[in-house]
Design a protein. Structure first.
Lengths: 227, 581, 726
């Protein structure tokens, strides 16, 4: 069974936010608008969060692209009352939109705050509806959503591989954010496959995971800046 | 029974003010309903909630109302099990609170759901591992139990109403609800048994409810939520706020329904003591919670800690400390403010404080997530304020409706207390006081010189002198002791009357028992001290000694079960008895 | 009343039924107005070129039943190799912008009244042709000017040709924000006009003097890719980056070290570094002796004047800092010093560092490629006698306002927003009787036009973009990924139709039926060259097959001809004029009344050159500051505290040129005597996502044009700041 893992090399990352926008376009993320952004209702499955240490002039910052961590031990699925979020067989934490009752328990329980709630019925100007991705459903009001590692791409890649009568190959399936990364700072693959790049990278001494100490076992790894 | 009419007055003639208030409350409820429709149509975006403050007023209200619910049923059950006599006139008014606020608590969860239309998914796809499902199970159990527990003691009163009301629809209504209650001994036995079982059942359920509510937070790993103390902390807080709510509501119904005779200062005093105990417990838990956090000083926790102590939520936090502890402590400790109004003031303060406590637990933790996002800011919108007002109005309205339909003081229980209360208490006192193996009947002298009320003072004087005794009991034709004439009565023809402890207790519950002693005259009937200080044959030695010491008397008249003269115990009899032991 | 089991089941059943129906009804109520995704269909991937900036990234558009649902990078393009930046990803919001201009418009109210009437294309083109012909008949064709957004391809040549045919020298290219490098210094000192290429990926050490290196540098995606390689991609040794600027930008955050430096002292600081390098003999003797002149004079002045202690006094940086950086820069070769497009002499001082260590004309340094590109439209042979009205777009407004050397009769504006990004253009535009805009969006400039002939968006257009990479030159081919969705028309076609309408010489010199024909004309010439089509190395027969393959692959590439760098002239760096200028940067304005410097910084998501009615970009303006949509001013917490300003307060930033109101944001990454405002917002368009949102900080710039280069200096204005309510 594959175990999908994302690796983000912070040394190469330029914090350009291409991943942020690519994700929004790929996954039909509704437009928040200035007022709703001000009210912190904006949805960004992928987001860059700034850590700031110290004070001027000895100030250091770290910019961290933050998708869903796809924990192996997810605090969010544990609390869901209706099985609307669960750990999939290949380690991707899934959201079942038609089942979610919108209690926002998972959003409150997620230590990374990566889960988002649809405060309104998502709407697009008529013209922009044309740009919606038919592979991804539009979520109704009142349900929780989050990064899915673009799991619809996995399905398509599987179908394609099956049609071509072969196994899934490394690189067949990558999420939109990884695909677009201009500085090639993001890697994606199956860590169970010893030949994959990610299985190598996660052994790097630079590799770390966010809030590792709380035992959530994220499948998003970072490579720290510097040598 | 003219006295009881006051209990039926809200049902018979609630008065104009009742309808005016009910009208206002209904309007608030309708407004809140409009707010809810707005929320349904436009989504939860009409609230002030956001990311990361995903929970706000609704969940605060949920926890708050569920907390209040602990007042009624739990306290009533505890008092019932411990046989606290004084509970009888207050339990109903408390139990109603429970049933109503539980419903309102659950409503708040529905208001908070993004998809209330999918609420049945909890049954369809329910995950037993989710604390939210525990909540649901435990709250519905508690609600069911509370309804039954409210309903059972209501049955005899409903039967009273059934026999009382004249118009058909109401008769029909009460007839169904009274499920054929006739008040037979068998029915009474079954009822008492059922109530007793429910009283015992309800306590663990109640404790579980708020423990599980706390688990909603404690089972996550969020800063200052993930705390082992949360279960008991929440339960204590719940009982605390619940008692406060009872006091407020009792004071209101006492005032508006003129129940001063039933809801007496002693009720408030006793609840006040309980309230103060809970305040201390609350402070203790709060201290535990924050001190441990502060000492461990984990940065993530400290962010939340400081946002409460000095940051954005500091004013609410310190207001909570003041309203939950400082104000109540001052009011409850000070003798001059330990009045009904003082206690109501303390209770209002606590109610506000405990609401703030819920808010202070929920929002700052969410607003300060682990990762360095922008801090969450939360301001409730008109929708949330409206729905909160609606909850309170709905509570008031339903409470009023209840008082319109059923007596808010349990008529039959008060009646029963009046008839058997004193006896029961005496029985109970006997049960636990030591020295009960030496009984009056074993040491009394059975040959007693007694007089009738018609006996003249002169005759008595002769009797006293000739038998070298210091007093004689006065009996009527049935040999029932109606008084005692002592040397001093003869000499001063007057004696100051004092009540025994037992009488005192009895007087508090059944005030009409209190009677003045009779005064001077020429016959025994006129000068005797009445009622006589008597004790039953089964009275223990200890009790007898106590009576003699306290009353400063030389002998006690011993009577049998129906009050007939059986003997007399003098001080020397007691001395001899002690010698024997 | 007995309750049987059947009754009970009935009641429960009815209850359950009612609950289910109720819930269904409630669902319908709640989901009213919900959007459904259009159905899936036949999927096509069409290659084209991104148009969100001039970087020239190859894209492939995912088209399903005529709807474009995603843009990805074209993996065959050597520029971006399958990746794309945030702006590129947001391209669908350009195409499907609901506030696009959908047909030609004629203004019916006063300028700025925003009252328009839709007209037909024939009428619109006819009118422009007639007006231009009228001017031409009067013999004053030079009084027609055109401002064009930066274009690196045939469209630029077509417009240039049109203006030449018309007889006007006034064809202006908007300064390209992606050219934010020492391009002026390079052209002055080395006499090279082409685009220099900074070989970032092979450098081991980069000294960035306020350069927006990973924000909007050159061809941004390509630069970011090179940055990834610089940081140890491709198995290379990790390079080190030092960023020197008053503000901690994304480049500063990503740098190994950020050195806060007072605005205007970059040149002096660079000379201080040069002093250390010379003093410690760390420079590249071979390069200096073979490729430079004037070193001895330079050396003498430097050793005398720009000692670390002097530099420390000017810059308030510790002496050690200068020495340390100098040693690192000289020892980790190849290293690069990159300036932003500041004052010419500051650029020169910084660029001299590259010469000192010989990082010019070689791998890991600055590479020069042969220019112009490998193909071209034939230029018209008309000679134009008149001189242009202005030497630089930045001084255009002054010339127009003064009517000197002459006034303008007509202004054509293509693919840019000069009223937003050039100083004082608002006032200047009032004196121009006829303004034509080709903008597809109602931006600040279009709003003042008399006619708007809306262009297609780039996804509906033909075109080509020439770009350079370290490996060679690439031509990306832009082809429509779908038919125009409104009554808009590619401006290339419009220009050709205007030319036809005008007749005569102009028609003759613009002989193509459509812009596509013109484009194919020049593309066909590529076949004779040594390069290859994207993805295919050889084996193409015939012109048509070649063209087809180019369209299918997305472009054409060929290896570079490296140009020998011109001789580097040290003289100018320390000329008396230069020395005076270094000092000028230090003595800005009225220090007492305006105690702070205004810094204007770049956002990677908003260049400020094109239009941004693109909500995804407005939501994610920049990663280091959690602000979105609206403008803000960054203030050091210390400075804020002294003025009682905290984050979120509305403040006024005031200079001698004016004042603006915006939100304050305390930021540890800004020097205490500097405040910084992002550039690109407040474009005053009429789109729903840029109307009345943000402010343009250039509105309070005290106009400071660096005379030798014609650049607008954006960091010399002094301001004061106070709370809006007090």
């Amino acid at each position: 069974m594959a175990k999908w893992v994302m690796v983000i090399d912070l040394d190469k990352c330029t914090a350009c936010q291409a991943c942020v926008v690519a994700c929004q376009v790929e996954n039909n993320i509704p437009i928040a608008g200035p007022d709703e952004t001000e009210r912190q209702r904006i949805i960004r499955w992928m987001e860059i969060i700034p850590f700031i240490y110290g004070e001027y002039p000895d100030v250091r910052m770290r910019l961290l692209p933050r998708p869903c961590m796809q924990c192996d031990n997810p605090p969010c699925t544990k609390v869901c009352p209706v099985r609307a979020t669960m750990l999939g067989p290949e380690g991707i934490v899934a959201q079942i939109y038609p089942r979610c009752i919108g209690c926002r328990y998972c959003t409150s329980a997620c230590p990374y705050t990566v889960k988002y709630f649809n405060w309104h019925t998502p709407s697009w100007p008529e013209e922009m509806r044309n740009s919606l991705n038919p592979d991804v459903s539009v979520r109704p009001a009142g349900v929780v959503e989050k990064c899915t590692f673009c799991i619809h791409r996995l399905q398509k890649a599987r179908e394609k591989a099956a049609a071509e009568g072969r196994q899934l190959r490394e690189g067949d399936y990558i999420p939109a954010c990884v695909q677009t990364c201009p500085s090639c700072a993001m890697y994606f693959g199956d860590s169970e496959n010893p030949k994959s790049i990610v299985s190598d990278l996660i052994k790097s001494p630079r590799a770390f995971r966010l809030l590792e100490e709380i035992g959530t076992e994220p499948k998003v790894y970072y490579l720290s800046e510097g040598q | 029974m003219e006295r009881e009419d006051i209990l039926f007055k809200p049902i018979d003639r609630p008065g104009r003010k009742f309808y005016i208030v009910a009208g206002i409350m209904s309007m608030v409820v309708i407004w809140a309903f409009y707010a809810y429709i707005t929320e349904l149509r436009n989504g939860l975006g009409v609230t002030g909630l956001n990311r990361p403050v995903f929970w706000g007023f609704y969940i605060t209200n949920f926890v708050f109302f569920i907390g209040i619910s602990h007042a009624g049923t739990l306290i009533s059950a505890v008092l019932r099990i411990t046989n606290a006599e004084w509970r009888k006139s207050i339990t109903r008014s408390a139990e109603v609170i429970t049933v109503l606020v539980l419903g309102i608590g659950v409503m708040n969860i529905l208001m908070d759901l993004g998809r209330p239309d999918r609420v049945l998914n909890i049954i369809k796809y329910g995950r037993f591992q989710s604390p939210l499902v525990w909540d649901l199970i435990s709250i519905t159990t508690y609600l069911t139990a509370s309804i039954i527990y409210l309903y059972l003691p209501l049955i005899p009163d409903i039967a009273l109403l059934r026999d009382r009301v004249k118009d058909e629809p109401r008769k029909w209504f009460y007839n169904i609800l009274s499920i054929g209650w006739k008040g037979t001994e068998e029915q009474q036995r079954i009822l008492n048994g059922a109530i007793a079982i429910m009283a015992i059942l309800v306590i663990p359920i109640a404790v579980s409810v708020h423990t599980v509510v706390s688990y909603v937070f404690a089972m996550t790993i969020q800063p200052m939520w993930h705390s082992a103390i949360f279960g008991p902390y929440f339960v204590v807080g719940a009982i605390f706020s619940g008692i406060a709510a009872i006091i407020i509501i009792m004071a209101i119904i006492r005032k508006v329904y003129h129940l001063e005779d039933y809801l007496r200062p002693v009720h408030f005093k006793n609840l006040g003591i309980l309230l103060f105990v809970m305040a201390c417990l609350w402070l203790y838990f709060t201290l535990n919670e924050y001190l441990t956090t502060f000492y461990a000083a984990e940065p993530v926790q400290m962010k939340v800690f400081y946002s409460k102590f000095t940051g954005r939520y500091a004013h609410l936090f310190w207001l909570m400390v003041i309203t939950c502890f400082v104000i109540p402590a001052i009011l409850l400790v000070n003798k001059r403010t330990r009045t009904i109004s003082g206690m109501v003031a303390a209770s209002i303060s606590i109610t506000i404080g405990m609401w703030l406590e819920r808010f202070i637990i929920i929002v700052p933790s969410l607003a300060n997530p682990r990762l360095p996002y922008e801090r969450g800011i939360y301001f409730p919108t008109w929708v949330e304020w409206s729905l909160m007002a609606g909850c309170f109005a709905l509570f008031a309205l339903m409470y009023m409706v209840f008082t319109k339909l059923f007596p808010i003081v349990s008529v039959w229980e008060v009646r029963e207390a009046r008839e058997t209360g004193l006896k029961e208490i005496r029985e109970r006192v006997k049960e636990y006081l030591p020295g009960m193996e030496v009984l009056a009947k074993n040491i009394m002298s059975k040959e007693v010189i007694a007089v009738t009320p018609e006996t003249t003072v002169e005759e008595i004087g002769r009797l006293l002198a000739s038998h070298r005794i210091s007093g004689v009991p006065v009996i009527d034709a049935d040999k029932r002791v109606i008084g005692v004439v002592s040397e001093s009565d003869v000499i001063f023809r007057e004696i100051r009357h004092e009540f025994t402890l037992v009488e005192r207790l009895g007087n508090i519950i059944l005030p009409e028992l209190r009677r003045e002693g009779e005064r001077s005259g020429n016959t025994a009937g006129e000068i005797m001290t009445s009622p006589a200080i008597t004790a039953e044959e089964e009275t223990s030695l200890t009790e007898l000694m106590e009576i003699i010491r306290e009353k400063k008397i030389k002998r006690i008249v011993i009577v049998d079960k129906v009050g007939r003269l059986a003997g007399i115990v003098s001080r020397i009899d007691i001395v001899k008895a002690i010698e024997r032991i | 009343m007995a309750l049987t089991r059947r009754d009970f089941i009935k009641v429960v059943g009815i209850g359950a039924f009612a609950a289910t129906t109720g819930c269904t009804k409630l669902s319908e109520f709640m989901d009213e107005g919900a959007v459904s995704v259009p159905p899936n269909g036949v999927e096509k991937w069409i290659p084209s070129v991104c148009g969100q900036c001039s970087g020239g990234c190859g894209i492939i558009a995912r088209v399903i039943d005529g709807r474009v649902v995603k843009i990805e990078g074209n993996p065959l393009s050597p520029i971006n190799r399958g990746t794309l930046c945030a702006r590129g990803q947001a391209g669908l919001q350009v195409l499907y912008d609901p506030d696009r201009i959908r047909a030609p418009l004629r203004r019916v109210g006063d300028r700025g009244s925003d009252r328009w009437r839709e007209i037909g294309w024939d009428e619109a083109i006819g009118e422009v042709a007639e007006r231009l012909n009228g001017i031409r008949r009067k013999g004053i064709p030079h009084k027609v000017a055109m401002i064009s957004g930066s274009e690196r391809g045939s469209m630029d040549l077509l417009l240039c040709r049109f203006m030449e045919a018309l007889g006007s020298p006034n064809y202006f290219l908007m300064p390209d924000d992606n050219d934010d490098i020492q391009i002026d210094a390079i052209s002055v000192m080395q006499g090279i006009k082409g685009r220099p290429l900074f070989d970032i990926s092979r450098a081991r050490y980069i000294l960035s003097f306020g350069s927006p290196l990973i924000e909007t540098f050159s061809s941004p995606v390509q630069t970011m890719r090179m940055y990834g390689e610089f940081r140890g991609g491709n198995g290379k040794m990790r390079g080190r980056l030092v960023h020197i600027s008053p503000r901690l930008s994304v480049t500063g955050i990503k740098a190994d070290r950020w050195v806060p430096l007072r605005p205007g002292t970059e040149g002096v600081f660079a000379l201080g570094i040069a002093h250390v390098i010379i003093k410690e003999s760390l420079y590249d003797r071979d390069f200096i002796s073979s490729h430079t002149s004037g070193f001895d004079g330079f050396r003498e002045i430097l050793l005398k004047e720009y000692t670390p202690s002097y530099v420390s006094k000017i810059t308030s940086l510790a002496e050690d800092r200068t020495i340390e950086i100098a040693r690192e820069f000289a020892s980790f070769r190849p290293s690069l010093a990159i300036a932003n497009r500041c004052r010419l002499y500051d650029q020169m001082a910084i660029h001299s560092l590259n010469a000192l260590i010989g990082s010019i004309g070689k791998r890991g340094g600055i590479i020069f490629q042969s220019a112009p590109g490998p193909y071209a439209l034939p230029l018209s042979e008309r000679a134009i006698a008149m001189t242009p009205i202005s030497g630089s777009p930045y001084t255009l407004s002054e010339a127009i306002r003064n009517g000197s050397p002459y006034s303008l009769e007509a202004l054509l504006i293509y693919n840019c927003n000069p009223l937003f990004s050039l100083p004082d253009m608002h006032e200047a535009s009032r004196g121009i009787p006829f303004i034509v805009s080709f903008s597809p969006f109602m931006n600040e400039t279009a709003r003042t036009a008399d006619l708007i002939l809306p262009n297609n968006t780039y996804l509906e257009n033909w075109g080509d973009v020439l770009s350079h990479t370290a490996e060679g030159t690439a031509i990306g081919i832009r082809q429509p990924v779908l038919k125009p969705i409104y009554r808009t028309m590619q401006t290339g076609d419009v220009i050709l139709r205007i030319a036809r309408n005008m007749g005569g010489d102009i028609e003759k010199s613009m002989p193509w039926g459509s812009f596509k024909d013109a484009l194919f004309y020049s593309l066909r010439q590529l076949r004779k060259r040594k390069g290859e089509v994207f993805g295919i190395s050889k084996g193409l027969r015939g012109e048509e097959e070649f063209l087809e393959a180019m369209l299918a692959g997305g472009g054409y590439r060929e290896p570079s001809d490296y140009q020998r760098p011109g001789e580097f002239d040290f003289h100018q760096v320390t000329s008396p004029q230069a020395v005076r200028d270094y000092k000028k940067g230090l003595s800005g304005g009225d220090e007492k009344d305006y105690p702070l410097y205004l810094n204007i910084h770049r956002l990677s998501t908003h260049s400020g050159i094109t239009d941004y009615n693109q909500p995804y970009l407005k939501e994610s303006l920049t990663p280091e500051i959690p602000e979105a949509w609206d403008s803000w001013v960054e203030i050091n917490p210390e400075t804020g505290k002294r003025r009682g300003i905290s984050t979120g307060d509305m403040v006024v930033v005031e200079s001698q040129a004016g004042r603006i109101r915006l939100r304050a944001r305390l930021y540890q990454g800004i020097m205490p005597d500097v405040v910084s405002i992002p550039f690109g917002l407040g474009e005053a368009g009429l789109g729903r996502w840029n109307k009345n949102i943000g402010v343009n900080p250039e509105k309070i710039l005290v106009k400071d044009i660096d005379l030798p280069s014609g650049n607008l200096i954006r960091n010399s204005t002094r301001v004061r700041i106070y709370r809006a309510d007090g």
